[in-house]
Design a protein around this ligand. Structure first.
Ligand code: PLP
Length: 393
């Protein structure tokens, strides 16, 4: 037996384990200090009532002979796909039901989609980046070209004619930088993809944080995207499903390469390797789209956005350069006084007991930057910013 040697090439990620080690040590040596964590990427607000009620009802249903559901359609139940279809229609994006595939979250599909593509393809991945894109391609030994995201381009890298690649990952609103592409910028990417016969893998996991109707929440709001893009979305950040697990992937039928339909290939892949998301969970996700569900999730999203606002205002006050924080739960700040990401991490922890995430953990271009998240409590975020005031003044 020979193992997949590509796993040897995976960079070990010490980011979160190193953070945990440093925080534990600090807490042991300073038992009286209250640590505030602004590093978490997980949501903290509980599921909304509509979702809980719908799941509870579905559990009861499952315990009756007439309401029992066994294996469901691998690509998801129509009742949920119809709600997603309507959600897109509100932004004039027309999708057919069989272009929507329900999944157990965006992470799985972002990795699994690579089953459809040859290992000979070259992929273009922004740096800094959500590490899943890099690792899943490394596991399959695909050639990776990094796309430079930096202060000069506001961490929104754009295509140019010198870049040749077959697959590009775009994430907007972005993790870790919180930066958001506008329609003109995404149009340039779509045009580049069409010209190069490339595919855009568009990660819209944070679309619910967009508060400006002029900003695109979906790549399919851009003309031409139906001929070059696949979109990944999730209920994780939208409705607190990080532990409940549900998302969806849009593979439209226009995508035909080498006489093969990516939509048909993805259906074949999913029906072969995936047995669908639990009925109970899909009923919970469906409830997110009800009138009451929409109000409830908005309350939670607004709560996080208020935290982001508090952070952003503090940084503005101290003239610290940052991206994100308006249409995103992430704030990506430049470390003051030319500190490295880890120097700033230690400085914050030791002086004000605030924890964030060193930007260098997301790629080489993250060095000198730092990620703060809005997923904490309002009180904690406010207190952390008061502590920032004391050290940044
Ligand atoms: N995409 C991005 C950019 C993320 O930051 C995350 C999670 O943090 C995911 C996808 C994963 O989402 P899910 O929970 O749906 O797997």
């Amino acid at each position: 037996m020979k193992i997949n040697e590509n796993y040897k090439k995976l960079a070990q990620s010490y980011l979160f384990s190193t953070i945990a080690k440093k925080v534990n040590e600090f807490s042991k040596n300073n038992p009286d200090k209250k640590i505030i964590r602004l590093g978490i990427g997980d949501v903290t607000k509980p599921l909304c009532k509509s979702t809980v009620d719908a799941m509870a009802a579905a559990v009861q249903e499952m315990g009756t002979p007439e309401g029992f559901h066994g294996y469901g359609p691998e690509q998801g139940y129509d009742f949920l796909k119809e709600k997603i279809q309507n959600y897109y229609l509100k932004r004039n994006v027309k999708l057919e039901l069989d272009e929507i595939f329900i999944s157990d979250g965006a992470k799985s599909d972002l990795g699994n989609i690579l089953d459809l593509f040859s290992k000979d393809n070259t992929v273009l991945i922004p740096d800094p980046v959500y590490p899943v894109y890099v690792d899943t391609n490394t596991m399959q030994d695909r050639k990776i070209i990094f796309l430079e995201a930096n202060q000069a381009n506001d961490f929104l890298p754009m295509p140019d004619d010198n870049i040749k690649a077959d697959i590009v990952y775009l994430c907007s609103p972005n993790n870790p930088t919180g930066a958001v592409y506008n329609k003109e910028q995404l149009k340039k990417w779509v045009d580049w993809a069409l010209k190069n016969k490339a595919v855009i893998l568009f990660d819209a996991a944070y679309e619910c944080f967009i508060g400006d109707d002029n900003l695109p929440r979906s790549i399919f709001e851009i003309e031409g995207a139906r001929d070059c893009a696949i979109e990944f979305c999730s209920f994780s950040k939208t409705a607190g499903f990080t532990g409940t697990r549900c998302g969806y992937t849009i593979v439209v039928k226009n995508l035909v390469f080498d006489e093969m339909s990516l939509n048909k290939m993805w259906l074949r892949r999913q029906t072969t390797k995936f047995n669908g998301v639990p009925y109970i969970v899909q009923r919970g996700a469906e409830a997110v789209f009800s009138e009451k569900g929409q109000v409830e999730i908005k309350e939670n999203i607004d709560y996080y956005k208020r935290n982001a606002f508090v952070i952003a205002e503090t940084l503005k006050k101290h003239n610290i350069w940052f991206t994100g924080g308006i249409h995103s739960p992430y704030i990506w700040m430049q470390c003051p006084n030319n500190m490295t990401s880890w120097e700033f991490f230690d400085f914050l922890l030791e002086n004000v007991a605030v924890v964030g995430t060193p930007g260098s953990g997301f790629g080489k271009n993250g060095e000198g930057f730092f990620r703060l998240t809005a997923f904490g409590t309002y009180e904690g975020t406010k207190e952390a910013m008061e502590r920032f005031d004391t050290i940044l003044s």
